[in-house]
Design a protein around this ligand. Structure first.
Ligand code: NAD
Ligand code: GLY
Length: 349
């Protein structure tokens, strides 16, 4: 006996990403703005001059990656239940990537899925985390190991919020922008080399180009079955660096910057990138005070830590290795010897 369920779906999850001063928006439904204590103090008053709704609630979480967990998700869900949110209600993520990922995840599971919009307030979340529908939280086994693909209904990127962003956080966002340019967009990289990000118009243009680059990738491979994995360039090494420094020494984007330099060393060793290209990328990262080196104490232990990454299968590690500037190869076929050659270069001190 057999029962068949035919579920061929045509889903339109398209949405717009508006990069401009936040417009005034009225929502004819129940809304919860999810934010954290830092962003709330700096910008909630301004947001409330722009956003109004039939019924509006604000849920303020503690600030920090360490609160990207089940407890915070429960805080959000409990508040939605207590305030009788229904399937037509909507969430607004107002903060950096931590708030964006948790708001999106809560929206994906509340009553089996409700709508949400993103109003990202860090450079990293404006160019990367708010775009593409990856949502989630951390647990004791690792970062972002629980989550869902749930696309927002819209993303509103207002560069005004970045005026209060600390310099290190700004740099962390630049690392993700450089990632996008090196992997997919040579002319964007050349633009970045000359760009002055202190100029508001230039910054807006850079955000637009980065978002467009990511959007093009997401459209091709929403659920990361292939090319979207290239957006993990710098992350394979970066995650190990974060692990080895117990997530305390570097911001995520800073670890990615070092990871980019390491991946480039592999590319040079494999004759996929010239030393001049690798140098140009390092120079660009250093222009934004990003770290580009890391002293590896124990290269063997560094190598073993690759296998803890969820993006590695049990027996192989996936590396994202650029092919010049503007192209990239995703491969799990790099032999240990090549990787150890590069790790040893960072271990010589
Ligand atoms: P974050 O959300 O922790 O924000 C960094 C810090 O900046 C926080 O202290 C925050 O309160 C503060 N902040 C936010 N906006 C501010 C403003 N305008 N002025 C001053 N301070 C402000 O970190 P992040 O770098 O934005 O995001 C990192 C998170 O994003 C990680 O959890 C990562 O896993 C996730 N991420 C997700 C994706 C995705 O595709 N979903 C992609 C990249 C990263
Ligand atoms: N940050 C990587 C991705 O969105 O796929």
């Amino acid at each position: 006996m057999q029962v068949n369920i035919t579920l061929k779906k045509v889903v339109d999850d398209s949405y717009n990403i508006i990069i401009d001063t936040l417009p005034k928006i009225y929502f004819d439904t129940k809304i919860a703005i999810i934010t954290n204590s830092t962003v709330s103090k700096l910008h909630l008053e301004y947001l409330l001059t722009k956003i109004s709704a039939k019924e509006l609630h604000v849920i303020t979480l503690k600030d920090g990656e360490e609160y990207k967990n089940q407890e915070s998700i429960d805080t959000i869900l409990n508040s939605l239940f207590e305030n009788r949110f229904n399937r037509k209600s909507m969430l607004i993520a107002f903060g950096g990537g931590v708030i964006g990922d948790m708001t999106g995840f809560s929206a994906s599971i509340y009553q089996r899925g409700i709508d949400f919009i993103q109003i990202p307030t860090t450079l990293l979340s404006q160019v990367d985390a708010s775009v593409g529908g990856k949502t989630g939280m951390n647990n004791r086994y690792g970062k972002n190991l629980v989550g869902a693909f749930h696309q927002p209904k819209a993303v509103y990127i207002d560069p005004y919020f970045l005026t209060t962003l600390p310099n290190r956080e700004f740099g962390a966002g630049v690392a993700e922008i450089v990632k996008m340019a090196v992997t997919f967009n040579k002319s964007f990289f050349e633009f970045l080399e000359k760009a002055n990000l202190k100029n508001a118009n230039v910054l807006q243009e850079v955000i637009k180009r980065a978002v467009q680059t990511k959007a093009d990738v997401v459209v091709k491979d929403e659920k990361e079955h292939g090319i979207r994995a290239a957006l993990n360039y710098g992350h394979t090494f970066g995650h190990v660096i974060e692990n080895k420094t117990k997530y305390k020494k570097f911001l995520h984007g800073e670890a990615v910057a070092i990871g980019i330099v390491m991946a480039n060393e592999v590319a040079v060793k494999m004759n996929q990138m010239t030393m001049e290209e690798a140098f140009k990328i390092k120079q660009l990262l250093e222009k934004y005070n990003l770290p580009t080196t890391f002293e590896i104490d124990d290269v063997e232990s560094f190598y073993e830590t690759f296998f803890l990454d969820k993006k590695s299968s049990d027996s192989s590690i996936t590396f994202i290795i650029p092919k010049g500037i503007g192209d990239v190869v995703i491969t799990d076929k790099i032999d240990k010897e090549t990787i150890m050659y590069v790790l040893n270069k960072f271990g010589e001190h």
